[in-house]
Design a binder for this molecule. Structure first.
Ligand code: ATP
Length: 354
C-alpha cells in the first residue's frame, strides 16, 4: 500500500511522563474513512494516544502525519481533527444553535455561512428540530449528538472520540452505537474512537487496535481479533476465554490437563511451553461418555438469556463453558473441543490491570 492511502500515520511514537512510559514505540496507519477503535484496559495509554493526535499533548519521540502533513509540533487548532469527549463539554448558557456556531463565530464567518453549516451538521446528527433548545433540557444522548454536530461543523478530516458514550445508560448507549455507525457512513470522515468496552469495539469498528501497558498488542478487524487473537492478553480481553498452561508434544499435539489434544500445527517445537486458549462457546458439554476428552463436575450454572454459562472442574482447572443445554451443579459431564478451536500461543504474561 502506498503512503498516501493513509490519513493518519503514527511512526515510532513514545510518550513519557517523567519516569512513566505511557506509550512505547507506537506504529499505526489509518486509512481515509476508516472507523478505528483503540481498545484496552484503564491506564493502557489509549487517551494519551488520542491526545497526541489532537495535539493536547506533545510527542516525546517519533512522528505523526495527518492528511500527508507532518503535524508532530502543530498546535491543536491548526490540525485537521476535532475531538468529542465523554463529558460533552457544551456551554450550558447557550442554546443548541449557539453551541455549534461558537467556533464559526470566532472565525468571523458570515451569518449566512454559519447558518448553513450549523443546519447541515444538525441534520447529520438527526437534531434538526432542536436548534433553539437549551442544552440543559436535552437528554444525555441528545447532548452527545450536539457535541458531535459541533465537532463536525468544521468538516475535519478526522474525528477523535474519547469514550463518547460512557456517560449514557446501557439502552441509550446501544442506540447511540447504531447511530454513530450510521453517522460515520454518512459523513465519510475517519473516526478514531477510544473505549475500554470490548463489545462496543466489536460492534462499531472496521479496525480494532488492542493496547496494554502502553504498547499495541494487535491490530485487526473485529473478526480477526476475536477469532485469531495474537496472544493470551488479547484473547482474555476480547470476550471470555479459558487460558491454560500447555506443552507441545508433537507439531499437532498439545498436552494440558494431563491429556493430549490434537491441534492445528502452528510451528511450535516439541516440548515448547505454550498458552492454550479455548473460547467457552467452543467447548461441547454432554453427559459423561467415552466420547469425552475430559471429564469434570459442574460447579455453577447461570442462565444468560440465550445460553447457559457453566463452570466445570476438570482436575485442577475450572473451565468456563457456554451451551444452550444446561446441567445441574454436581453433574458429572464430558467435554470435547475440536482441534481448530484449540488456539496455541506463545506464553505471555496475562496482564490483568483492568
Ligand atoms: P483510562 O481508560 O482510565 O482513561 P487510558 O488507557 O486512557 O486509561 P491514559 O490516560 O492514556 O490511559 O494513561 C496512560 C498512563 O499514563 C497511565 O499510567 C497514566 O497514569 C499515565 N498518565 C497519563 N497522563 C499523565 C500525566 N499528565 N502525567 C503523568 N502520568 C500520566
Amino acid at each position: 500500500m502506498q503512503e498516501e492511502d493513509f490519513i493518519i500515520e503514527i511512526r515510532n511514537v513514545s510518550k513519557f511522563f517523567g519516569e512513566k512510559t505511557a506509550l512505547e514505540c507506537i506504529n499505526l496507519s489509518v486509512r481515509k474513512g476508516e472507523f478505528v477503535t483503540i481498545l484496552g484496559p484503564s491506564g493502557c495509554g489509549k487517551t494519551t494516544l488520542l491526545r497526541l493526535l489532537a495535539g493536547f499533548q506533545t510527542v516525546s519521540e517519533g512522528e505523526i502525519r495527518i492528511a500527508g502533513k507532518e503535524i508532530t509540533q502543530t498546535p491543536p487548532h491548526k490540525r485537521p481533527v476535532n475531538t468529542v469527549f465523554q463529558k460533552y463539554a457544551l456551554f450550558p448558557h447557550l442554546n443548541v444553535y449557539d453551541n455549534i456556531a461558537f467556533g464559526l463565530k470566532l472565525k468571523k464567518l458570515s451569518k449566512a455561512v454559519i447558518e448553513r453549516k450549523v443546519r447541515a451538521s444538525l441534520k447529520m446528527v438527526g437534531m434538526t428540530d432542536y436548534e433553539f433548545r437549551d442544552v440543559d433540557s436535552l437528554s444525555g444522548g441528545q447532548q452527545q449528538r450536539v457535541a458531535i454536530a459541533r465537532a463536525i461543523v468544521n468538516e475535519p478530516e478526522v474525528l477523535l472520540l474519547d469514550e463518547p458514550l460512557a456517560a449514557l445508560d446501557l439502552k441509550m448507549r446501544k442506540d447511540m452505537q447504531m447511530e454513530l455507525k450510521e453517522m460515520h457512513k454518512r459523513l465519510g470522515i475517519t473516526f478514531v474512537y477510544v473505549t475500554h468496552d470490548q463489545e462496543e469495539a466489536l460492534t462499531l469498528s472496521d479496525t480494532i487496535v488492542v493496547m496494554s501497558d502502553g504498547r499495541i498488542q494487535q491490530i485487526g478487524t473485529p473478526i480477526d481479533i476475536y477469532n485469531e487473537p495474537a496472544n493470551s492478553f488479547v484473547a482474555d480481553f476480547i470476550g471470555e476465554s479459558n487460558i491454560l498452561n500447555g506443552t507441545m508434544i508433537k507439531d499437532n499435539l498439545v498436552r494440558f490437563c494431563d491429556t493430549d489434544f490434537e491441534c492445528v500445527d502452528r510451528g511450535f517445537g516439541e516440548q515448547t511451553p505454550v498458552d492454550v486458549v479455548i473460547r467457552p462457546e467452543d467447548i461441547y458439554i454432554f453427559q459423561q461418555s467415552d466420547a469425552a476428552q475430559l471429564t469434570g463436575v459442574v460447579q455453577s450454572t447461570i442462565f444468560k438469556g440465550v445460553h447457559y454459562e457453566m463452570t466445570v472442574l476438570c482436575g485442577d482447572y475450572e473451565f468456563l463453558v457456554q451451551d444452550y443445554h444446561h446441567f445441574e451443579v454436581g453433574d458429572t459431564v464430558g467435554l470435547l473441543v475440536k482441534p481448530m478451536d484449540i488456539h496455541i500461543m506463545h506464553k505471555e504474561r496475562v496482564c490483568n490491570t483492568f
